[in-house]
Write a protein that binds this ligand. Structure first.
Ligand code: LMR
Length: 401
């Protein structure tokens, strides 16, 4: 029956993370997966999360199925965080928001919904993008193309080429964009570039699908959501996936959400209904525990403040580590490659190291990066930055691209 099943080659991120766990070498360094580790190399339990979890556990409740759309208090708190408490679209009731299994679940539910109602549309992702984007949309039945994004020569954005390509897409094309802290490059659009791009998407009748997995890791919680607020301001229908894996350090609880900005409250009600039908067809309804924690933190002023403060201090630590590795690589790495450690934002730097060089880093030094050259700078600390910088310098000197 199953003899014809071919072997799974593995996932470029998750399988590498599993390989790291099996690596017996002492002093190995995991800069592969997008996870924030603290100065001691531990996965933090945020103080507000700890308190909220204690609160949730102190009130043991029966565990019925949640509604297919998820926990109502969570959905409302998500909408307020992502769109702003005073968002006019929120007041008009024209955003459909539902709880999903992490950001990936939001992308999958959104993909199923679009596939059903826009069957002629293609999906366009940035070149490069998070590996799982293409996978999710192709598995949902889409043809996936790319638009220009990253400029390898400068370590920056090819905005003019990106805009020109998107301007030429057929109407109703789905354009997948990263709200902030672009994964894998750490290169984002400026506010002015967002405003211009959104104007073009509106004019060309395109459907933006924004993925916001790193809210709070760029310029701040509100600033990172600029693109989403601008979509509302310019009155552009769109889908928005968001995740609390990173900014709540709640990876395993799979807390995410999908929101759809509609033209009217009536359309939003119908869209929400069809999104819940996609949930039913995939996994029926989402789990309770993580959603109760997130909702409690976001709606309790003291916990909310504690969470925001701790998130800000995580960002400061990442910025410090960017400076530390930059200082250690100076003189050993060409200037053009060096500048991006400081210029790129969020958890990642796109180092410019080739797959061969990344393989050498892993095999010879136990330093793990994604083979695209993506480094998770959020996992650097005082204890591993020297070894990482020395390994990179050695590999650059010895291993051709
Ligand atoms: C990453 O990009 O490393 C994270 O988002 C984890 C994942 O699921 O790929």
């Amino acid at each position: 029956m199953f003899e014809h099943i071919e072997a799974y080659p593995g996932d470029p991120i998750l399988s590498l993370n599993e390989d790291f766990a099996k690596d017996p070498r002492e002093g190995k360094v995991n800069l592969s997966i997008g996870i924030y580790y603290d100065e001691a190399g531990r996965l933090p339990v945020m103080s507000a999360v700890r308190e909220a979890e204690a609160h949730v556990m102190s009130m043991p409740a029966a565990k019925p199925y949640l509604p297919m759309s998820g926990l109502a208090s969570y959905r409302d708190a998500v909408q307020s965080l992502v769109f702003g408490e005073d968002s006019p679209a929120r007041a008009e009731g024209r955003i459909a928001t539902l709880q999903t299994l992490g950001g990936s679940g939001a992308l999958k539910v959104g993909a199923d919904f679009i596939r059903r109602y826009f069957p002629g549309s293609q999906v366009w992702v940035s070149d490069p993008t998070w590996d799982n984007h293409r996978f999710i949309f192709e598995r949902a039945g889409f043809v996936v193309g790319t638009y220009p994004y990253y400029d390898e020569a400068t370590g920056g954005l090819r905005f003019d080429s990106m805009l020109a390509e998107i301007r030429d897409l057929p109407a109703k094309s789905v354009v997948l964009l990263h709200a902030c802290c672009h994964n894998p490059t750490g290169v984002d659009l400026s506010d002015a570039q967002w405003a211009e791009l959104i104007g073009v998407m509106k004019q060309r009748d395109l459907l933006p699908f924004i993925d916001m997995a790193y809210q709070g890791f760029g310029a701040g919680l509100d600033a990172d959501a600029f693109a989403i607020r601008e979509l509302v301001r310019q009155n552009v229908p769109a889908l928005v996936a968001n995740s609390f894996s990173k900014n709540f350090s709640l990876y395993g609880e799979r807390c995410g959400a999908l929101s759809v900005i509609c033209e009217s409250a009536q359309a939003a009600a119908r869209v929400l209904g069809q999104l819940t039908s996609a949930v039913r067809a995939n996994y029926s309804n989402p789990p309770t525990h993580g959603a109760r924690i997130v909702a409690h933190v976001l709606t309790t002023p003291a916990l909310r403040k504690s969470w925001e403060d701790e998130l800000a201090s995580m960002c400061r630590r990442i910025a410090r580590m960017r400076g530390e590795i930059h200082a250690r690589l100076r003189g050993n790495v060409p200037d053009a490659m060096l500048a991006r450690y400081l210029a790129q934002r969020g958890m990642f730097t796109y180092t410019g190291l080739s797959a061969t060089q990344v393989d050498a880093l892993r095999e010879q030094h136990g330093v793990y990066l994604i083979r695209s050259g993506r480094m998770c700078v959020a996992a650097l600390n005082e204890g591993n930055v020297d070894a990482t910088a020395a390994a990179i310098a050695e590999v650059l000197a010895a291993v051709a691209v």
